[in-house]
Design a protein around this ligand. Structure first.
Ligand code: ZN
Length: 57
C-alpha cells in the first residue's frame, strides 16, 4: 500500500459525473500515473472509470 496520507481527508470520493465511488489513493496510483503533480498536494482527482477530473476538498 502507498504510504501517502491525505491529512484530514477521507480516502473515498464519488465521481460527480458517473457516480463511481473510488479511493483517492487508487486514483493517484492509476489514473494519475504520469502526472508530475499527482504525488504532491494536488487537489484534483481523476475518476478511474470515466476519466473525469474534479476538485476534492
Ligand atoms: Zn467518473
Amino acid at each position: 500500500m502507498p504510504s501517502l496520507r491525505l491529512k484530514g481527508r477521507k480516502d473515498l470520493v464519488r465521481c460527480p459525473k458517473c457516480g463511481y465511488t473510488f479511493s483517492i489513493t487508487y486514483s493517484r496510483a492509476f489514473a494519475c500515473s504520469g502526472c508530475s503533480l499527482a504525488s504532491l498536494s494536488c487537489d484534483y482527482v481523476k475518476c478511474p472509470k470515466c476519466g473525469y477530473e474534479f476538485l476534492v476538498d
